[in-house]
Structure formats: C-alpha cells, structure tokens
Ligand binder design. Structure first.
Ligand code: FNR
Length: 353
C-alpha cells in the first residue's frame, strides 16, 4: 500500500488516460490558484505542545448536529466513473469502510441518487448547480430529499464553467459509459455544453430563498472567498459555508482557500459551520485548516485517485492514510481532540512576492 496521498496520485496517473488525468487534475487559466492551494498548506508551520500524554487523539467532529468520525468529507466531484467503472458507488463504499463521514454527491454524478442511497451507510449530501431551467434543479433536489440525502451544497462560483485550458487543448469529451446519470434525458451531454446553456448565468442571492422554498434540507453555500460574501451568506440564512475556489477550476488568480479562511471565519463569527476545500493532501493539512478556524475539510481529487487505483479499496486507502496521518500529527502536536486545534497551533511562513 502507498504511504501518502501523493503516492496514490502517482499511481492513478499511470492508470488513467492522459486526457482524463488532465480533466481531473487541471485548473483554469494558468493554474495559479490551483498551485496556490497546495502552496498555502506548505507555508504552515505547526507549533506543538509537548508532554501532554496524548495516547489516543480523538478525531470526532460535530457538524450540523451530526457526529462525524473525523472532520474530513468527500467534496462534490463530477463523473466518478471516469476513474472507476463503479463510480460513486465505490466512493460511498470505500468511504464507509474507513470512516463515517459525509459524501457530497455532484449534480453531475455518474450514478443515480437512488442507487447511491440504497448502498450508503454514510450521510449523503447533494451538491446543487442552479440550472437555467429551475424545474431541473427542483427535480434533482426533490429526488435527493426523497432518497434520504441530508443536506444541500449550493455551488455559487459557477455561473459558467471556468476556462480549463488543458480540456480545451485536448478537446476533452466524456468517454463512452460516463454520463450525468441524474440528468439523463435533460440533454446535458458534455462538460463543455454545461458552460453554454446548462448553468443559469443570472443567478443571484435570491437563489437561496428559492432553494429553501423547494426543500427543507439545510443549505450550505460552496465557493465563498471573502468576508463580505460570508456575511452575505449568513444574512441569506444559509446553514453553512464552504470556503472553496473549486480546486482552482473557476476564476484563476483568486487566493488559496487556506489564505482567505481566517477572513471568512471572522465574518461568519461562529454563526454557521465553516468547511474548506482545495489542496488538502496530508493529515497535517487538516490540522492547519482547523487551526485557522475551519470546522471540517473536504477532499476532491484524492478521492478520484483512490478510485483509479483500486475502486472502493482505493478510496478506503485514501481515508485511512489521511486519518492515520491526522491522529499521528495530533498525538505529536499534543492535541487530545480536534477542538484543541486553535490558532496557537500554527504560524505561517509569508508567501513569496
Ligand atoms: C470538481 N469540483 C466540483 N465542485 C462542485 O461543486 N461540483 C462539481 O460537479 C465539481 N466537479 C469537479 C470535478 C473535478 C474533476 C474536480 C477536480 C473538482 C470541485 C470540488 O468540489 C472541490 O472544490 C475541489 O476539488 C477541492 O480541491 P481538491 O481537494 O481537489 O484540491
């Protein structure tokens, strides 16, 4: 077994078609934001407290009234069948085999909500894109609710798809067998067509009220990068915020998520839970995000790497490694519970300018 998530990524690269690898790994534009996400974690230095007798660190987290085994969930990522034929089914199984934490299912999942719900022993959340035809979005939300999904994650950074140069150069098209399983019949054939007409480019803050009018589930907004938008989100009545730049796939040049996290946390002022994603690849990255105010993190690409290397077993490996690293780091840093990961735990090396 590989010892790190980077090791699993290398093995995944060997197995995937280069164009699929590019679709998964790539970011928008010159990929400055993509690089910044991981670089921000590299600049964190941990400040341990010694002689605290921490034999068994406790990773349990409480988010939106539910207990998670660890503060790490699966980010919404489209089309898991690109990485493994079982797609999201394997993701749900593999996650459950390692930890009871939520899987956020993309609007563009390649397995149906109903088949995932039948399989899942972990909480499922639905990621929502607001489509031009609101009836399409309302139907997805209703189906997910009926299937027992527990929360909605409204992605707010995508009025249209970012300029992903690798995909444009490759003329990337979905391989045979990979479809948006929950949109079949709605004409959403290719990622490039999402950009042209699927997403509603006029969407504004009123969408939160609209979503609340069609579903009783808690609503998180994903894609917040400023304190001002965090304040706006809380005013709009959301139940949680995901600090995200879509893994560097939307507006290139926006900051690393870790760098804006403290601003968002300060603006939210403890009124709603704050999740963050983008570049989390090691247990100590989880600790860094918690120390800077996050309640939990999401991981995106590593899950697909796990799928590509071994289906459900590969996803289990990803979570097992990450959580082993997390407990190892907690023990060495003198943290009994994740609540101990406060601001005193980190210092940051200033970025190069
Ligand atoms: C994504 N992401 C994404 N986000 C979302 O809200 N809906 C989606 O359908 C997708 N699809 C998607 C596909 C692929 C291939 C990737 C890599 C990412 C973004 C995702 O939820 C998350 O924000 C980032 O992936 C987090 O960064 P890391 O962990 O991949 O660095």
């Amino acid at each position: 077994m590989e010892l790190t998530l980077d090791g699993i990524a290398w093995r995944a690269r060997e197995r995937l078609d280069p164009e699929v690898w590019d679709f998964i790994e790539g970011g928008a534009g010159e990929e400055r934001t993509l690089a910044a996400n991981t670089a921000a974690f590299d600049r964190v230095r941990l400040r341990p407290s010694v002689l605290r007798g921490v034999r068994h660190p406790e990773t349990v987290a409480k988010i939106l009234g539910r207990t998670w085994d660890a503060p790490v969930a699966v980010a919404p990522v489209a089309y898991h069948t690109l990485a493994h034929p079982e797609g999201e089914l394997a993701t749900v199984r593999g996650t459950a085999a390692a930890a009871k934490v939520p899987v956020v299912v993309s609007t563009f999942a390649s397995r149906t909500f109903e088949e995932l719900a039948a399989e899942a022993t972990v909480p499922l959340w639905l990621q929502v894109y607001c489509m031009r035809d609101r009836r399409v979005t309302a139907r997805l939300v209703e189906r997910a609710g009926n299937a027992g999904f527990e929360a909605l994650v409204l992605t707010v950074d995508t009025p249209h798809l970012g300029r992903r140069l690798r995909d444009l150069r490759n003329g990337f098209r979905l391989p045979a067998g990979t479809v948006p399983a929950n949109l079949e019949g709605d004409g959403f054939a290719e990622p490039s067509s999402h950009a042209r007409w699927a997403f509603d480019p006029d969407v504004d803050w009123s969408v939160v009220d609209w979503l609340r009018s069609v579903s009783p589930l808690p609503i998180l907004v994903k894609g917040i990068l400023t304190g001002a938008d965090a304040t706006r989100s809380v005013e709009a009545g959301v139940d949680g915020i995901v600090v995200s730049n879509h893994g560097g796939r939307q507006l290139d040049g926006v900051p690393a998520t870790l760098d804006v996290l403290p601003e968002v946390v300060a603006a939210a002022g403890g009124r709603v839970p704050i999740l963050v994603d983008g570049g989390v690849r090691r247990g100590r990255d989880v600790l860094a995000a918690l120390a800077l105010g996050a309640d939990a993190v999401l991981i995106g690409r590593p899950v697909l790497h796990g799928l590509a290397t071994g289906g459900a077993d590969g996803v289990k490996d990803v979570f097992t490694i990450l959580l082993d690293e997390l407990t190892d780091a907690m023990s060495l840093a003198g943290l009994r519970t994740i609540a101990d990961a406060g601001p005193q735990l980190v210092s940051q090396v200033p970025p190069d300018r």
